[in-house]
Design a protein around this ligand. Structure first.
Ligand SMILES: [Zn+2]
Length: 325
């Protein structure tokens, strides 16, 4: 069995508690043995889901369990399955450096995240914003080659000419590209090779920009396809003491479902919407960077409140799947 030692697994502690009453002590003991690492802290109870969900959870947990007890004692642990566990923590693929460096503002603007519409007032967002003053240095997110540097007089990288203003597009390994828009100054030329962290231009408000900021995109595949953009928060190295959370809200058939939800910690609450449909190109339909810590996700869907407690670790990716009915 192919496994990944970087995966950690967190059992559904609150559900296990209820399942305990339904199964024998032996089965419970065997299940606990199979459930990877223990939950780091006590997880609050009262997950408000239907009985069918609990039954389905137990059935899938039991299936996972039986595959483990038949393996040899020296077998490596089964990879965390976010369909079974409350959440899984992996290394993710944070291969890009942030294009803005401290002390400038290197945090993603929360009001207009990837694939959001700013409450319906804007086009679904194909990137993220770093709000900074004109002249703030912009750095290459990775080693690569400049494939475009200049004003977008023609509609190549978006459906509209003069949309990005002064824009730089870099090609990286593995079919990935990064795009830096609305620049006041461009300091590279097409064909040039750049290194991660190298200064390539300066923040501005050229093109379709209300204020001075860097619009940053990650694309994969056909760079001229406006819909090849991915959520940069899953590709950029998290800020100090932060990680990222990727959420999939799906129905029983695994199809993405639109939902609004809150993500709450002891000192912050985030109101999040799942992606606009046109940007469902990744394995998730919501994602954001978060400070390391524990969070409660609460989601209302068809009259049922779905609650999930998850943990975000520094420099890691937390994945969770919420199945709604
Ligand atoms: Zn933008």
């Amino acid at each position: 069995m192919k496994t990944n030692k970087n995966f950690l697994c967190y059992p559904r502690a609150s559900r296990l508690k209820r399942i305990m009453k339904r199964i024998s002590g032996i089965l419970l003991f065997m299940f606990i043995l199979s459930a990877c690492a223990p939950a780091p802290t006590a997880i609050p109870t009262a997950t408000l889901v239907s009985t069918e969900t609990l039954t389905a959870t137990f059935a899938s947990a039991a299936t996972a369990h039986s595959s483990i007890v038949t393996s040899s004692p020296t077998a490596t642990p089964v990879a965390c399955d976010p369909l079974v566990a409350d959440f899984c923590i992996t290394d993710g693929h944070f291969i890009f450096a942030r294009p803005i460096l401290p002390p400038d503002n290197d945090s993603v603007e929360e009001t207009y995240r990837f694939a959001s519409t700013a409450e319906g007032t804007r086009e679904p967002h194909h990137g993220v914003e770093f709000i900074n003053g004109t002249g703030t240095p912009v750095h290459a997110a990775g080693d690569g080659q400049v494939i475009f540097a200049g004003p977008d007089e023609e509609a190549v990288y978006s459906p509209w000419p003069k949309f990005y203003g002064n824009v730089i597009v870099l090609r990286h390994a593995d079919g990935l590209f990064t795009l830096y828009a609305h620049l006041s100054k461009i300091e590279v030329v097409a064909g040039q090779t750049v290194n991660m962290g190298e200064k390539i231009g300066e923040v501005g408000l050229t093109g379709s920009a209300n204020g001075s900021h860097l619009h940053f995109e990650v694309r994969r595949g056909d760079v001229e396809d406006y819909f090849s953009s991915l959520n940069p928060e899953l590709w950029l190295a998290p800020r100090v003491d932060e990680g990222a959370l990727a959420i999939s809200v799906v129905n029983a058939q695994g199809k993405f479902q639109n939902a609004d939800f809150t993500i709450q910690s002891a000192d912050a609450t985030y109101f999040v919407k799942t992606y606009e449909d046109a940007l469902l190109v990744g394995g998730e339909n919501a994602a954001l960077g978060l400070k390391a810590g524990r969070y409660r996700i609460a989601l209302l869907f068809n009259g049922t409140i779905y609650e999930r407690w998850i943990e975000v670790q520094s420099g890691k990716l937390t994945q969770t799947i919420i199945v709604v009915h």
